[in-house]
Structures are given as structure tokens and as C-alpha cells.
Design a protein around this ligand. Sequence first.
Ligand code: ZN
Length: 152
Amino acid sequence: MPELDLHTARVRFTLYASMIPAQAKEFGLECFREEAKRAQVAAAVNALNSQQKAEVALLLDDHGYQALGLAVHNAGVGILLSLHTLGLAEDYTFFRTSPSGAPAAPALESDYTKMGEWWEELGKKDDVPLRWGGRFHTVDMPHFSWAWGGRL
Ligand SMILES: [Zn+2]
């Protein structure tokens, strides 16, 4: 399939991503959606290394922006050109559903792999560029995306 325009890709990705919680349930899992669309400013902060984050946090703190400094200090790790900034990626945390009704336990790596392989197979079956972060050079198991513009 030729690459879709961004609007159409976002619409299709949103439809596919909406299947994730139901598929998780099929596998005896439940999930949270942790992050979907990410602001460009958050992606830029995430892309800083820890030394740069510490420097920016200190600078903000020195100028009276303590809350912002703390947010930079505690920012996640990511890349500047993340598909999250285009609305083409979502991150999920999975849990194993307890049949007894006990609190759910964190899912195992094998559960993430099962979800990731399902996602990849869905992409192949429908000839759409669904990608799973478990295959990335820096493994990112919670990450489900629609490859676009040379980004994964
Ligand atoms: Zn992600």
C-alpha cells in the first residue's frame, strides 16, 4: 500500500489502536493506555540526555520555575521525531487478569510479545504498516505504532 497522507494514517491508526484493549482481554490481560499523542515540547525534553535534563532543570529552578524544572528532571526517555508527536503511536501497560478477582499482576515480557506479534500480524493481514516497539533497536515493548514518513 502506498503511504497515506497523515490525516488518513491517523484515522486508520486510531481504529487499529482501539482494538488493543479487546485483544488484550482475549489473551487474559487488561491494560492502561499510558501515552498517545505527545506534545512536541515533551518529545524535545525526552530527547535530552540526563546531563542536559539536569542542566535545564537547574536553569528553570534558578529562574523560579520549580514545577517546570521538576517536570524536565523527571521527563521520560524518547526521541525528538517520535511518531507520538504525530498521533501515530500509543504506549500500553498490560496486566494479567486474575480469575479469582484478586488485583491484576503486571504482565510478563511474553505477554507483551504476544500482543506485539498479534499487532504485527494484523498489519500484515491488512497490508498496513503496524509496528511494535519490541522489535526496535532500543526495545520499547509498550509501544504500538503506524510507521510513517520513514519513522517507526
Ligand atoms: Zn511509544
